[in-house]
Design a protein around this ligand. Structure first.
Ligand SMILES: *Cc1c(COP(=O)(O)O)cnc(C)c1O
Length: 392
């Protein structure tokens, strides 16, 4: 046998392992210090009550002969697709149920979608970036080019007509930068994609954190997007499903390449390689989109956004440049005194027992930036904000 040689080209990602090691060493040397971790990219609040009730009820059904379920449509149950269609409708976006695919999360779908694209496509990803976009394309051997997100463009890079790309990744609200595209910016990307016959893979995992009604929470709010974009959504950050696992992907029927509907290709791919998300989880997901469910998850999001606001306020007082913090649970700021992000990591840990994520871990363009998250308790976030204020 021969291995997939492309795997040799993967960069070892030591980011979170290195952070864990440094924190462990610090803890051993300073057992009396209370370490606050704002590095976490995972939710911390428990599931909404209505979701738990739905999960329990569905579990009960699975234990009764009359209501037991086995294999079903691998694209998802109609009840959940209808609920998602309604959720989109409330944003003014119409999606047909045939365009909605239920999966076990955005990470899998973002990776698996590459099965339907040739390996000779040129891929364009922002830098800094969610590492999954890069690694999954390296595994397939696609050529990747980067577009720099920076202070100059507010960490929202726009298309460059001199760059030729076939597959474009956009993530808004962005992880790690928290930056959110406005309608004008997304329209430029849609126009570029249509002109170049490219596809936009739009990662909307954090759409629920957008509170500003002027900002698009779906790329399908942009005219022309149905001919050039696929949208990936997840209940992970929206409803605390990181451990439950459920997401959905929208592939519009108008998205066509060489006479072939991408919707049909993705349906074929999923039918062959995927057997669907568990009935129990899909019932839990359905409850997220109920009136009570939405009210409950919005309370949780409000809690996180209040935390983000506290960090943002501290940085404002310090006069530090940052993106995110509003409409996103991430705060991405310039390291104090133009420090490099790993040096700043050590400085914050050593002097303030505060843990974040060095921007360099998300790409070269992040080397003087730092990511903090809103996913901690209010009490700890308040302490962290005070510590930030105390930096000289
Ligand atoms: C957390 C996250 C996801 C969601 O991943 P799941 O597989 O749905 O848990 C997708 N994209 C980004 C950028 C994320 O940070």
């Amino acid at each position: 046998m021969k291995i997939n040689e492309n795997y040799r080209n993967l960069n070892e990602n030591y980011l979170f392992a290195t952070i864990a090691k440094k924190v462990k060493e610090y803890k051993a040397a300073h057992p009396e210090k209370e370490i606050i971790r704002l590095g976490i990219g995972d939710v911390t609040l428990p599931l909404a009550k209505s979701v738990v009730a739905a999960l329990k009820k569905a579990s009960g059904e699975m234990g009764e002969k009359e209501t037991f379920r086995g294999y079903d449509d691998e694209q998802g149950y109609p009840f959940l697709k209808e609920a998602i269609r309604g959720y989109y409708g409330a944003k003014g976006v119409s999606a047909d149920v045939s365009e909605i695919f239920i999966g076990d999360g955005a990470k899998s779908d973002l990776s698996n979608i590459l099965d339907i694209f040739g390996t000779d496509n040129a891929v364009l990803v922002p830098n800094p970036v969610y590492p999954v976009y890069v690694d999954t394309n390296v595994m397939d051997g696609r050529k990747i080019s980067y577009m720099n997100a920076s202070k100059e463009n507010g960490f929202l890079p726009l298309p460059d007509k001199n760059v030729k790309a076939d597959i474009i990744y956009l993530c808004s609200p962005n992880n790690p930068t928290g930056a959110v595209y406005g309608r004008e910016g997304l329209k430029l990307w849609v126009d570029y994609a249509l002109k170049n016959k490219a596809v936009i893979l739009f990662d909307a995992a954090y759409e629920c954190f957008i509170s500003d009604k002027n900002l698009p929470a779906s790329i399908f709010e942009i005219e022309g997007a149905r001919e050039c974009a696929i949208e990936f959504c997840s209940l992970s950050k929206t409803a605390g499903f990181t451990g439950v696992r459920c997401g959905y992907t929208v592939v519009p029927n108008e998205l066509i390449s060489n006479g072939i509907k991408l919707n049909a290709l993705w349906r074929r791919r999923q039918a062959t390689k995927f057997n669907g998300v568990s009935y129990i989880v899909q019932r839990g997901a359905e409850a997220v989109f109920s009136k009570e469910g939405l009210a409950e998850i919005r309370e949780n999001i409000k809690y996180y956004m209040n935390n983000a606001g506290l960090i943002g306020a501290a940085l404002n007082k310090k006069g530090v440049y940052y993106t995110g913090g509003i409409n996103s649970p991430y705060i991405w700021f310039e390291c104090f005194d133009k420090m490099e992000s790993w040096a700043f990591f050590d400085y914050l840990l050593e002097n303030f027992a505060l843990v974040g994520t060095p921007g360099a871990g998300f790409g070269e363009a992040g080397k003087n930036f730092f990511r903090l998250t809103a996913f901690n308790s209010l009490e700890n976030t308040k302490l962290a904000a005070d510590r930030l204020l105390n930096i000289k």
